[in-house]
Each structure stands twice: as C-alpha cells, then as structure tokens.
Design a protein around this ligand. Structure first.
Ligand SMILES: Cc1ncc(C[n+]2csc(CCOP(=O)(O)OP(=O)(O)O)c2C)c(N)n1
Ligand SMILES: [Mg+2]
Length: 279
C-alpha cells in the first residue's frame, strides 16, 4: 500500500468514527471522495507557505458541501486540526459544522451546502485570479447529482468562454444521489460530451486509483481551458454494506454494531477500535 493509500484508509475510518459520534452525517459521499481529497491535499495542491492556518496556498471549494466528514478527516491527517476534534462533528459551537462554514472554520475558503453554489464561487475566484495574473490554482469537488443544478452549467459556460485554465473541477461520479441513481432521476450522460461542448478539457479516471488520479490532477496547467476530472467512484467505498446503497447517503445515525461492522470492513483491528475510544 502506498503512503497516500494508507492515509486514505485512515481518512475513511475517521469519517465513520466522526459520523458515529455525531449521530448524523453523510457517509456514502464522504467515502466516495476520500481518495480524491487525500491526493489533493497531500500531493497536488501547493503547500501553505503564506499562512500555516490554511490547508494550501491554492483554493479548494467543497461544492458538495455535505461531504465535510471527508474534508475534516483529511484536515486531521494534515495536522491542521486535532483528530480528537472530529468527535465534535455537527455539534453546536464546534468549528466542524455539518457543512463547510467560513464563520466557524477559518481554513475553509467558501461556505457551501446549497448544491451548485460552491462551483459558481470557484468560477468567480478563478476569474479574479486570472484578472490579477495570479497563478494560484482553484480546485472544486462536485457531486454528480449536484450537476443537475442549473447554475452549474451557467458557471461551466462562463469558465469555458473565459478560458479559466487555473480552474480544476472534479466530479465525484458515484452514480447515486440522495435516494436513487442519476439515471433514474435525471440522466447526466453523455457527460464527457457536455463538458467538452462547454469548452472544458475533460479527463475520465478511476476515482480510487491513486496513481491515475495523481497523474491527472498534476497534469499541465499550461492549457488554455478549465479542466474537469470525471472521477468514477463507488458511493460508500470501503464499507461493504454501504457500497452502492442509497440508504447510506445521509443523514444517518450509526448503531454501535453498524459502527463496528463499518470499521472492521475498513480493516480496523480490535486493538485499533479500542484506541479510538481513547482519542
Ligand atoms: C440546492 C440543494 N438542493 C438539495 C439539497 C439536499 N441534498 C444534499 S446532498 C443531495 C444529493 C447530492 O447527490 P450528489 O451530488 O450525487 O452527492 P454524493 O453522491 O456525492 O453524496 C441533496 C439532494 C442541497 N444540499 N442543496
Ligand atoms: Mg452522487
């Protein structure tokens, strides 16, 4: 297992652990983006040279804002927050709110949760950077169900027209939204063609294959187009009873047995489970 694969596995355990304590949260869509976020923050985005209270000098906007358990677990893996704080997920007065919140959490770039809006802000930030000849990059993570929001396509059209090459959107294409598949609710296909027609450089990857993801996310920034990475993923990835099951979208309470089963499925030993009790 590579270093980032090990980190992603830890991130998945921390997701389950924090949601278990919160008695609510979104496991499915957090587990599907764990590999993507781990690689972004550990390998792809530039280090936080100018401000140690940030995750990176680049911008990151979690447009699928309900996946905070993954974002916070990655922040803990970077040492930006204490692992013990993950237990406070969704608690009143905790910095770790159910959706990213700039007022509670200073290292979050944009408050999100209303699907579609984060992407629009990411497009705006990229345009601002372009106007200032500032070379920082902007990354944003979208859900596939989120792509059904009208403002996504307004933003996509704008970004393509203005050649916002500093912008990279990643679609967590787990094929499921809240209750059913995209295909049942409002089909997205042909998805590659749609983005291409809007003037984007489109790359498809396996969203759990670290080397493939890394190569794609690191690839040329010299292009004159914004880039979209369509990452094929599995909702609930790593927890066998959650995989591809709409039930585990959110917002769910995990029983003690479900917590233990999920942690075991992620490779957690009994000793490790006990260690979690002391964090
Ligand atoms: C504008 C808006 N409408 C509805 C919701 C409620 N909601 C939260 S998550 C979700 C499903 C999102 O599906 P997807 O984007 O595929 O997310 P993922 O599968 O990655 O969890 C919905 C409908 C919302 N947050 N914002
Ligand atoms: Mg989805």
């Amino acid at each position: 297992m590579t270093t980032t694969e090990k980190i992603a596995r830890q991130v998945r355990k921390d997701i389950i652990w924090s949601i278990y304590h919160a008695k609510s949260g979104h496991p499915g869509g957090s587990l599907s983006c764990s590999d993507i976020l781990t690689l972004l923050f550990h390998r792809v985005m530039s280090p936080n040279k100018s401000n140690k209270n940030r995750l990176s000098d680049d911008y990151f906007i979690l447009s699928k804002g309900h996946a905070t358990p993954a974002l916070y677990a990655v922040a803990a893996s970077k040492g930006l927050i204490r692992r013990a704080d993950l237990k406070t997920l969704r608690s009143i007065n905790s910095p770790l709110q159910g959706h990213p919140d700039v007022q509670h959490t200073p290292w979050v770039d944009v408050s999100t949760g209303s699907l579609g809006q984060g992407f629009s802000v990411a497009v705006g930030i990229a345009k601002g950077l372009q106007l200032k000849n500032n070379l920082k990059r902007v990354f944003t993570l979208l859900g596939d169900g989120e792509l059904q929001e009208g403002q996504i396509w307004e933003g996509a059209m704008f970004a393509g027209h203005h050649k916002l090459s500093q912008l990279t959107a990643i679609v967590d294409y787990n094929k499921l939204q809240s209750d059913a598949t995209n295909k049942q609710i409002c089909n997205l296909e042909p998805l590659v063609d749609k983005w291409r027609t809007f003037g984007w450089n489109v790359v498809e990857v396996d969203g759990h294959a670290h080397q493939q993801l890394l190569t794609t996310l690191m690839a040329d920034t010299a292009s004159t187009q914004p880039k979209v990475v369509i990452a094929h993923t599995v909702k609930g990835k790593g927890v066998d009873y959650m995989e591809n099951m709409p039930l585990w979208h959110g917002s769910v309470t995990l029983s003690e047995q479900q917590y233990i089963d999920a942690m075991t499925s992620l490779g957690c030993s009994l000793a490790e489970l006990e260690e979690y009790q002391n964090v």
